[in-house]
Every structure is written in C-alpha cells, then in structure tokens.
Design a protein around this ligand. Structure first.
Ligand code: HEM
Length: 225
C-alpha cells in the first residue's frame, strides 16, 4: 500500500509542479564539481559576506539619517539607544573589512590557479568590476558616520581621485558635489552606498554565478600544467 504524502510533501509537490524547484535544485546545487579544496570556498564566503552586509545595512537605514545635522547623532543613537544596534553596526563594520579581505583572497586564488583562462575570461572580468565596486562600498561607507575621521578620510580620498591630469579636478567635484565636502557629498555617498553600488553588484554577482554554473568550476591545476 502506498503511503499518503505528508502535508509538507504535498505542498512541495504543488510548488514543484508550478515553479520547477527540483530542476532548479539539480541545476544550481546538485551539479558535478571536480575534487577541489578549501581555497575554492572563498567565492562563497564572499557571497555570504555580501548578503550579510546587505541585511545589516538595511537594518541600519532604519535609524541612520544622511544629513550633516543628524548623521553623527543617528549613529550614536544606533550604538547606545537601539537594542542590538551596536551588534548590527559592529557586524556591518567588521563585515566590510572581511569582505575586502575575502574578495581579494578569492581573486588571488583564481589568479594563482590560472582559473581566469579560457573559457572563464568573462567570469574574471566581471570579478574585476566586483572587486572595484567592493572597494567603492568601503570608500562611500566610510563617510557616513560623519565624524572627524570620516570627513578627513574623504577629503584625502577625493583629493587622490583628483590627481589624474585634465579630468582630475572634475572627478573631485563630481564626487564632492562641489569644491568642498558638504551635505551634497554626504547624500551622494549615501545614494551610492545603499542603492547604486549594491544594485550593480547584485546584478554582476548574478551574472558571475550564472557563468560559474554554466561553465563549471575549474580543476585545481596538476603538476604538468
Ligand atoms: C562580490 C564578489 C565576488 C563573489 C560573490 C564571487 C563569487 C564566486 C563564487 C561563489 C565562485 C565559485 C568558485 C569559488 O568560490 O572559487 C566564483 C568563481 C570565480 N570567480 Fe568570483 N566572486 C567575486 C569576485 C571575484 C573577483 C574579484 C574575481 C577576479 C577578478 C573573480 C573571479 C572568478 C573566477 C575566474 C571564477 C571561476 C573559478 C573557477 O572556475 O575555478 N571573482 N566566484
């Protein structure tokens, strides 16, 4: 006698028939991968950190106010007045440093193992953009607490961005929204930090992972390669 499926099984079958969950699972998670080692987990670790930054960042925007009058106080309030605010901010703060570290190590492993070669050139190129954008997240996020360190670091950073000949001063003005760091700089950096850069990164990560799945993971190089 065949057993009646449980409620969860029935629900899964209902959803599966409509969404094709089993097919997606087979394609995305149940793929054949070569025998690899721990170095191959760095991309997934970076992905985890990206998601962690998005989630904690969203929670921070509940209290953070991106104006010169309120930014500093709102961060103080998150640290002292909001329950677990210190924890969410702490995770976001350390997560940023870890993400830079992990994306760099992931890039180094891909380079060292020659995984950027045919047919993975496009995966590499998108990776380079992701690396630059990760640094961009760090740069734009640094100004948001609007304290002395943030102000002067951004003064120096935007000055450095202005060093190329001819277009340099123009880049500085675009970044600052004028000649000096002001309310315009803060709202510009905020928009870049919470919408523009993460949106672009999410899109690029989706294409990056699509390529990883489509092409498959490379083999660790053997002795005679
Ligand atoms: C937000 C940043 C990034 C995320 C979330 C990410 C994620 C991943 C994941 C999950 C993989 C699967 C294999 C593995 O983990 O090693 C992978 C592979 C790969 N990534 Fe990234 N990655 C990022 C940045 C980069 C950067 C900066 C580069 C290089 C410039 C890069 C180049 C590659 C290449 C070439 C592969 C294929 C490796 C192979 O097949 O062995 N990625 N990435």
């Amino acid at each position: 006698m065949t057993q009646k499926p449980s409620r969860t099984q029935a629900l899964y079958a209902w959803l599966d028939e409509r969404l094709g969950l089993t097919t997606i699972n087979k394609l995305v998670l149940d793929r054949k991968v070569p025998k690899v080692n721990w170095w191959y987990t760095l991309g997934s670790a970076t992905l985890f950190l990206f998601i962690l930054q998005v989630v904690t960042g969203i929670f921070l925007t509940v209290y953070y106010v991106p104006t010169p009058d309120h930014a500093y106080d709102s961060v103080n309030y998150i640290m002292q007045g909001v329950r677990f605010g210190w924890l969410v901010r702490g995770i976001h703060h350390w997560g940023a440093s870890f993400m830079v570290l992990f994306v760099f190590l992931h890039m180094l492993r891909v380079f060292y193992m020659g995984a950027y070669k045919y047919p993975r050139e496009l995966t590499w190129m998108i990776g380079v953009l992701l690396f630059v954008l990760t640094l961009g997240m760090g740069f734009t996020g640094y100004l948001l607490p609007w304290n002395q360190r943030a102000y002067w670091a951004t003064t120096v950073g935007t000055q450095i961005a202005g060093t190329p000949p001819i277009i340099g001063p123009w880049i500085t003005r675009i970044l600052r929204g004028g000649e000096e760091i002001s309310a315009l700089t803060l709202s510009r950096f905020f928009a870049l930090h919470i919408w523009m850069i993460p949106g672009l990164m999410a899109l690029l990560i989706a294409v990056h992972l699509y390529l990883v799945i489509r092409i498959g993971i490379s083999n660790p190089p053997s002795k005679d390669e």
